[in-house]
Design a protein around this ligand. Sequence first.
Ligand code: AHM
Ligand code: MG
Length: 320
Amino acid sequence: MKRLIPVLRADEVELDLIMLIRTILAATKEISFRVSQGALGGVLGSTLDENIQGETQKKLDVIANQLFKDMLLNEGNVKSFASEEEDTVVAVHDNGKFVVAFDPLDGSSNIDINGQIGTIFTIFPAIDSLAADDEKQFLRKGHEQVAAGYVLYGPSTMLVLSTGKQTRCFTLDRTHGGYLLTHEEMQVPADACEFSINMSNYSKWPQYIQQYIDGLISPKGDGAPEYNMRWNGAMVGDIHRILTRGGIFLYPQNALKQGDTGKLRLLYEAMPMAMLIEGAGGLASSGTQDIMQTRLTQLHQRVPVIMGSKKEVEACLSIC
Ligand code: AHM
Ligand code: MG
C-alpha cells in the first residue's frame, strides 16, 4: 500500500505544502492516540472555559487545539493559523507560505460517549502583502484552498484529503505510524436514499427544507425507494458516510431567529468539507450560493450547509 508522501509527490504537490501537511498529520496522530486512551488518559469531561462561540470546551477540545498550536508554531511554512477554539488569528512566521485553519476536535458532544469525532483542516496560500495576524489572510473563497482534509477517529483512524485533484482516503497504520492509501479516488454515489439532519430542529427550519424532508419521509409506494435517516452529531462521521455510500447532509439556519445562519462554521467546517465533497463529484451549497464560491467575511462566520450526492442536493435546491 502506498504511503502518503510518495502519493503527494507523484501528484507534484509543492514540497513545502507536503511538509506542512505532514506536520498537521503529526498532530492528528497524537490526537488519535489520546482519543484511544479515553478515560485512561484523563481526556474526557469538560473544562470550566467557553470558547469564542460561547460553547463549553471539553478537555479534549483544549488538548487537541494545544497539540495543533505546538506543531504549527514550529512549522516554518506557516504564516499564521486560525482555530475554531481561538478568538483571533495567531501569527507564526512572517515569511511563511501558507495559512492554516482548523477545527481541532469536531463533534465534541461525542467525546464522552466514545462516539465518532474528528479533526478538520484547510490550507490557503498566504497573502504576502498582508501581516501574518491580519484576519484578511482568511477572508477567502473556498476555491482558493490548496488543500483540505479531515481525520476521522473511529474504530480506525482515517484521513480524507484533497490537494486539488481527487479526494483520497488513507488509513492510519499504527504498526509503522503512517497513513496508507486505502481509497485512490472517492466518488459520492449519485443515487442515494439516506439523509442526515438533526430532525429535532424541524420547527425551526426554513419552509423549503421542511418541504424537502417531508417529501423524503412521506410514504412512497409504487416501488420507489424509501429514505433512511442517520445523524451522527459529528460532521466528520456524517460526511464520511456520505462520501462512502452517498446521501445528503443538511444543517440549515434557524428560520425563527432573524439573521441566524446555522451552526456550522464556513472556514473550519463547510469550506474544507465542500472541497472534499466536490472533489468526489458531489455538490455543496448554502441554499443560496455554492460554498466554494462564498467569500468569508468574518473569521468565525457560520453558514447553512446542504451537501452530498449531486442529484439530492440539486433536488433540495430546486425547491429553495
Ligand atoms: P463542534 O465543532 O463544536 O463539535 O460542532 C459542530 C458539530 C458538527 O460536527 C455536527 O454536525 C453538529 O455540530 C451537530 O450539531 P447538533 O448537536 O445541533 O446536532
Ligand atoms: Mg466542529
